[in-house]
Design a protein around this ligand. Structure first.
Ligand SMILES: Nc1ncnc2c1ncn2[C@@H]1O[C@H](COP(=O)(O)OP(=O)(O)OP(=O)(O)O)[C@@H](O)[C@H]1O
Ligand SMILES: [Mg+2]
Length: 328
């Protein structure tokens, strides 16, 4: 399952995605963790020192190798330079699995040992002031979109992404690439306004969205979220002393997390797992093509100098090859 955590700055995306990742890893499940937020904090939240986090390879810096690997011998893609972030896979493309060794993981992922279990971590790379001036956020997360479009993940395997919810996410197709999006909302007007904005953008794309209240302190907070979010409110994570300990530099073991908050993590997993059954590989591939054609027209064709629509095999459905072998 491909899961995203989005929300207003400071709402708790990194905290909740790191906790969810640790929860899954503790249960022994394979997890690829992806830091795709403007504020790159997932590494430290998973226990890396600042030095270790700074030494993580950045996906953006490895784009040429990633493209070269993924294109495989797809006859519709003549060279890596002709691949843009939305170029969809086709026959001959190399696909990624959550559990395998491949050159992309070798170059861009690092293992992170947790108190229970371990995960692979990938990061888009830090966003500097200069980046924000010239290269926009979506040029950095382009590598993540490419990876997700080439990922074959099965049940009980997870890719969890810490994202931003800024409107920049909607400039690319990345927000449509997840089986489930958790929107983290504090019980404040700003927290819920980000939810409304996200929902509005997302509803034309069948994005499966669930709101997780965070830093919920009592019945008033809960009432507020229930009133403002309605049935999209899926669970509420409380104001947590355990998270506070983490903030103070302690390393509390996951098993000491407050039982009610542990329960929330279990509920998130239930939602994630049930999203698998709602998948529609045809729609997923068709959306990839739709974003590719849109990007091709708006900047890709001019940049690469070819008609990028020729990269599309209209009959190709990601996952269909796997489904057909699994079915026999
Ligand atoms: N449930 C909670 N209980 C107590 N503190 C929390 C909780 N959730 C988050 N925090 C604290 O709130 C702050 C913001 O959390 P976090 O960094 O996870 O948010 P974010 O959405 O990832 O922020 P950014 O947009 O900066 O990436 C942190 O200091 C974190 O420790
Ligand atoms: Mg964060």
């Amino acid at each position: 399952m491909k899961i995203a955590f989005v929300g207003k700055g400071g709402s708790g995306k990194t905290t909740l995605s790191a906790l969810f990742i640790r929860h899954l890893a503790a249960a022994g499940h394979p997890v690829v963790a992806v830091d795709a937020d403007i504020n790159q904090h997932l590494g430290p939240a998973l226990g890396l020192t600042d030095g270790q986090a700074a030494a993580l390879p950045s996906l953006g810096a490895h784009l040429p190798e990633i493209k070269e690997y993924l294109r495989g011998d797809n006859p519709l893609i003549h060279c890596a330079e002709e691949m843009i972030k939305t170029t969809p896979p086709g026959p001959g493309s190399r696909l990624l699995r959550i559990v395998e060794e491949n050159p992309v993981y070798a170059a861009c992922a690092r293992p992170v040992a947790l108190d229970e279990g371990s995960v692979r971590l990938m990061a888009t790379g830090a966003f500097t002031e200069e980046d924000l001036g010239v290269a926009c956020y979506h040029s950095k997360v382009g590598a993540v979109e490419l990876l997700l479009n080439h990922l074959l993940d099965g049940p009980d395997e997870y890719l969890v992404t810490d994202m931003t919810a800024g409107s920049d996410s909607f400039a690319s197709g990345l927000f449509t690439r997840f089986d489930l999006t958790f929107l983290v909302a504090e019980p404040t007007r700003k927290g819920v306004s980000v939810y409304r904005q996200y929902k509005e953008y997302a509803q034309d794309f069948d994005v499966h969205l669930r709101v997780i209240g965070n830093k919920v302190q009592g019945p008033d907070d809960l009432d507020f979220l229930q009133r403002e979010v309605g049935e999209d409110l899926y669970a509420c994570f409380g104001q947590s002393g355990w998270v506070r300990r983490l903030e103070r530099g302690d390393e509390p073991p996951l098993r000491e997390l407050e039982p009610a908050n542990r329960e929330v993590l279990a509920r998130l997993r239930t939602a994630a797992d049930s999203s698998h059954g709602l998948r529609d590989p045809r729609r997923y591939s068709a959306q990839a093509v739709r974003f590719h054609l849109r990007n091709a027209e708006s900047w890709g064709n001019a940049k690469v100098g070819i008609d990028l629509a020729t990269q599309v095999d209209p009959d190709y459905v990601l996952g269909a090859e796997r489904a057909s072998t699994a079915g026999v």
